[in-house]
Design a protein around this ligand. Sequence first.
Ligand code: MG
Ligand code: ZN
Length: 182
Amino acid sequence: MRPNPKNRAVFLDRDGTLFPDADYLDDPSKIRLFPGVIPALKKIKAGGWKVIVGTNQSGIGRGYFSHATVRGIHARLLALCRGGGARIDKIYYCPHRPDQGCSCRKPRTGMLKAARRDFRLDLKKCVVVGDKRCDVDWGRAVGAKSVLVLTGHGRKSGAATRRRAHRVAKTLAHAADWILEQ
Ligand SMILES: [Mg+2]
Ligand SMILES: [Zn+2]
């Protein structure tokens, strides 16, 4: 199906962007959204954007936890958002280890392309938000705009990563304000 130019999305990284990056998070009850995430999601949605999460979860491929664990965490994330009146349209995740050479591990574009099909998106009109270089490169790889947030690993990001982003934002809330100006 051809993309509909009116269909645009904000792609959000999960760990370090929506909530703190705990190495290989496996317990849904430990999720605590960063302050301002719910209002930011509402604002993005109200601006006419799809809200999509894309996350690398190599802990599955490494045998640290299962698909069911990750799905449990995502169910909790969706419930927390719903409870605050915000909505995530879909969550994609890559379960593979880096050495498996899959096409979905960020910065490879498999998840973006799956979302393009699912939502008939024009990826060039989309925005990617994340706390790591791989997120910035992920958006760049499809001609989307990339926002680096300084939460999670973002605080430690080097000058090259910051330069490569179209925008550096302190938090997702700041990123949302910039996105709404686009
Ligand atoms: Mg992250
Ligand atoms: Zn993958």
